[in-house]
Design a protein. Sequence first.
Length: 209
Amino acid sequence: MIIQSDFDGTLTEEDVSFALLDAFAEGDWRKLYEQYRQSKMTVSAFNAKAFTMVKASRDELLRVAREDVKLREGLRNLVSYCQERGFRFLVVSNGLDFYVKAILEDVGLGNIEVYAARTQFGPDGLDVQYIGPEGKVLKKGFKKAYTKLFLKQGYQVACIGNGPSDFFPAELAQHVFARDALMDICKAKKLKCQPFEDLNDVVSGLEKL
């Protein structure tokens, strides 16, 4: 069993990327976000374009991320439970790799597998790329590509998420834990899922599988 979790808004209570864009973007990133919300732009394209507006250093971005982030209750319990059961817990996120890994390392969970946007810092802003399982840049379908890989490898997949982009892996997964926008989409699409408030709820759900 693979437990495939989103990061921003799922393992954290806030969307870290939004906090960073609010603090550092030199431009109207929310205009781009509206295009994404209206399905005129993929989430990969949104992040790639929005973060070119950010000229701050890695240290500056991490300072804000660490100040603003609050991990969702139950994360350690979830990770421990997966270790005890022999489940492979990992993060597949449209967020940026440098802050996802740093935040997990800060709380002693740096050994968690993370698949997220590869980020390079430069004078023209952040260069954000989504690298798929085959090592190629993906313009869309980042999370879904990894779910497909895990299923092909013979795993069952339990998906945990909160946002619209999490619906794509959820469609393929055998089990879905949802909240917020993902919950609404699952209901509208009649996709079976289990709601969660915190990550202890996910542990309770996994125990019943």
